[in-house]
Design a binder for this molecule. Structure first.
Ligand SMILES: O=C(O)[C@H](CCc1ccccc1)CC1(C(=O)N[C@@H](Cc2c[nH]c3ccccc23)C(=O)O)CCCC1
Ligand SMILES: [Zn+2]
Length: 302
């Protein structure tokens, strides 16, 4: 038996088969993609909330039920790494090839996922509100984009900058999974057609889509830090207005440029409009820039 990267496969949360970049060493196979910088390694919390162990198998087929969440987390982390590298020439979230860690089976029946500053962490859901959250590539893109935002604009996770932080994660979730729903693949597994959020119609899931309905919530944990997951509906709708006019290829360049070069930790919605208009002008000129400006005026950001 040799040592090094190899190709394996596994069964995902939906029972599908996915090809995986894995690593073998003396008859043990690891969910570790060491084929490029930004090594991708996937761990199992075994329903605890600390002490994770890397997912291994005695052969290159990760097909046990307990491995399904890890298979999707590993596969989609690779997909999102490839997106940032191939489309934006960004080598991992720090653009310096930082390793990408994922942890599955976090806690028990945990209906959420999060970026903890160095890893993406996924709950299994309770089977009613969510199925295992690694089962949706827009969720993986959302979480990894929090890491990109942290390393670039650094948008503070509260009030308007926090809602922008949230929106940029949903926006790059769209670029990886181009539909205007967020989390639809893992949300309410027993009900079809719904989602956690809608970017085309934020109001459908209780989010405002205009400044007139901006929700002033307390900047506390209970207030979701000023409603960052609520008020993101407004910039999300502005994104919908933009991408339906300019298309995906131009929009992803404009949004990436604004995030990396123009947005700053305390950027407001008005600052985001200005940043995106400036990025659009840099890249495509004043006509497209005015399309971006109008997209934000339509949601009440003047
Ligand atoms: O990354 C984020 O913004 C969310 C991270 C939430 C979190 C933050 C800190 C510690 C623990 C959890 C996770 C996601 C999210 O939007 N969560 C929302 C909605 C939500 C999911 N599960 C929930 C359970 C209860 C209430 C709300 C929720 C939230 O936490 O508000 C993003 C994509 C899917 C889940
Ligand atoms: Zn988020």
């Amino acid at each position: 038996t040799d040592v090094g990267p190899t190709t394996g496969s596994g069964t995902g949360n939906k029972g599908d088969t996915k090809t995986l970049n894995i690593y073998e060493e003396n008859g043990t196979y690891y969910l570790a993609d060491m084929t490029h910088t930004g090594n991708i390694e996937t761990y199992d919390a075994k329903n605890a909330t600390s002490n994770y162990s890397i997912v291994t198998d005695s052969d290159k087929y990760f097909t046990s039920p307990a491995q399904r969440a890890a298979v999707d987390a590993h596969y989609y982390a690779d997909q999102v790494y490839d997106y940032y590298k191939n489309v934006h020439n960004r080598d991992s979230y720090d653009n310096q090839g930082a390793p990408i860690y994922s942890i599955v089976h976090y806690s028990t029946n945990y209906n959420n996922a999060f970026w903890n500053g160095e890893s993406m962490v996924y709950g299994d859901g309770d089977g009613v509100t969510f199925s295992p959250l690694s089962g949706a590539n827009d969720v993986i893109a959302h979480e990894l984009t929090h890491a990109v935002t942290e390393k670039t604009a650094g948008l503070v996770y509260e009030n308007q900058p926090g809602a922008l932080n949230e929106s940029f994660s949903d926006v790059f979730g769209y670029f990886v999974d181009p539909d205007f729903l967020m989390g639809e693949d893992v949300y309410t597994p027993n009900k079809s057609g719904d989602a956690l959020r809608s970017m085309s119609n934020p109001d459908l899931y209780g989010q405002p889509s205009h400044m007139n309905n901006y929700k002033y919530l307390p900047n506390t944990k209970a207030g979701d830090w000023g409603g960052v997951h609520t008020n993101s509906g407004i910039p999300n709708k502005a994104f919908y207005n933009t991408v339906t006019k300019l298309g995906k290829a131009k929009s992803e360049k404009i949004y990436y440029r604004a995030l990396v070069y123009y947005l700053t930790p305390n950027s407001s919605f008005a600052d985001a409009k200005a940043s995106l208009v400036r990025a659009a002008t840099d890249l495509y000129g004043t006509t497209d820039a005015s399309t971006v400006a109008n997209a934000w005026s339509q949601v009440g950001v003047n």
